[in-house]
Design a protein around this ligand. Structure first.
Ligand SMILES: C[S@@+](CC[C@H](N)C(=O)[O-])C[C@H]1O[C@@H](n2cnc3c(N)ncnc32)[C@H](O)[C@@H]1O
Length: 359
């Protein structure tokens, strides 16, 4: 029976679990419409909201009533709504906002492949490639709007984790830090702000760097301490730093491609340097963890996977690193702590004795 208690092991409970689909899409629609922003000054009627948004009044009402039943928004009088403690995080103007993540998750780019999860189970291949015809990263290279949307979502998620990562590890000791495939660079900017003597390099795909340059968090006090380097990590990772950080990169790829990226990191990291990974580490039999959920996301979307600490160690060893520490990350100020302990920062030293060959 595992973690399932007898009281919830009913047919109805199983049936109700599929309601997650409705919650997911209703949340995403509310995020896209910007309802929480429209409610930031207080209560409004759905008639008023619908007129502003040019949507159907009754349909909006029924969706907000459903969400209020989930604790998102609050109906104060018939057809009158205010933000709840939860829906505040759907506002675009609050630190810790997850509006962009929810917009991304409800988009056809993210959402449609899950209709084909069975294909992934049958073949082991990412359903996204069946749905969209190319890999996700290629799709985003070809479709600027989806690329923008993804970068915004990753920035929201990094905003939640950056304080915990900065608190867990002394990045300042390395002098130069490269965030390899660091998205628009929110995490690197946060680390640089915490360590005034540290210099940084944001290495990314050219289109992502173009968007990064326009981000407000690259304030003038940081611009003198950061360089932007275009990169394809399957070709090479730029040299020149002592510490190399990769957050949520290795999990995007199968072992063969993850190893290619790590081998390119090994060529760049000096012998007295370090490679730092922030990745989920699977564990906890029969308990729900975010890592197991994201693992199925990777199965569906990228063909990558989440790994156990042992699997991370083996992969790192095969690319000439030795895993020497797993530093627990404590939740950032905007997170309840449910992920604590499952997404550590892994520190790996170059293994000078290892002979590493391309496979
Ligand atoms: C899951 S996101 C993680 C971004 C960032 N590290 C974070 O945690 O917010 C994966 C990143 O890998 C980058 N990426 C994908 N393929 C790449 C390639 N061939 N070369 C360089 N970067 C790549 C994407 O642009 C994207 O920003």
């Amino acid at each position: 029976m595992g973690a399932q208690s007898t009281s919830t092991a009913t047919p109805l409970h199983l049936f109700r679990m599929t309601d997650g689909l409705i919650v997911h899409q209703a949340l995403s629609a509310a995020a896209k419409l910007g309802i929480a922003d429209l409610l930031k000054d207080g209560v409004r009627s759905t008639t008023d909201l619908a007129a502003t948004l040019e949507v159907n009044d009754d349909a909006l009402y029924r969706t907000l009533r459903f969400l209020a039943g989930q604790g998102v928004f609050h109906e104060t009088a018939p057809r009158m709504f205010v933000n709840s403690a939860l829906s505040q995080w759907l506002r675009s103007d609050v630190p810790g906002s997850v509006r962009s993540v929810l917009i991304y998750r409800g988009s056809p780019f993210y959402f449609s492949p899950f209709g084909d999860l069975l294909y992934s189970i049958q073949t082991g291949a990412p359903a996204l490639e069946k749905t969209h015809g190319v890999t996700g990263f290629e799709y985003m290279r070809r479709n600027r709007d989806e690329g923008d949307m993804f970068d915004n979502a990753m920035t929201d998620v990094s905003m939640l984790w950056a304080p915990g990562i900065v608190a867990a590890y002394d990045f300042g000791r390395w002098g130069w830090l490269m965030d390899v495939a660091g998205g628009n660079g929110l995490l690197l900017a946060t680390i640089l702000r915490a360590h005034p003597a540290l210099r940084g390099v944001l290495a990314e795909q050219p289109a992502v760097l173009e968007r990064a340059r326009q981000r407000e968090f690259w304030s003038p006090d940081l611009t003198g301490r950061v360089r932007f380097e275009p990169m394809d990590f399957f070709e090479a990772v730029p040299p020149g730093c002592r510490a190399y950080l990769m957050k949520n990169i290795i999990h995007d790829w199968d072992d063969e491609r993850a190893r290619r990226i790590l081998l390119n990191c090994r060529r760049a990291v000096p012998d007295d340097g370090v490679l730092l990974l922030v990745e989920y580490c699977l564990g906890g039999e029969n308990t729900p963890t975010v890592g197991k959920t994201v693992d199925v996301v990777m199965l569906t979307m990228t063909g990558g996977k989440e790994r156990t600490v042992r699997e991370h160690r083996e992969l790192l060893t095969s690319a000439g690193f030795s895993l020497n520490e797993t530093v627990p990350l404590f939740a950032g100020c905007h997170d309840s702590g449910s992920e604590t302990g499952v997404r550590p920062l892994l520190t790996a030293a170059p293994n000078r004795a290892a002979t590493v060959t391309e496979r």
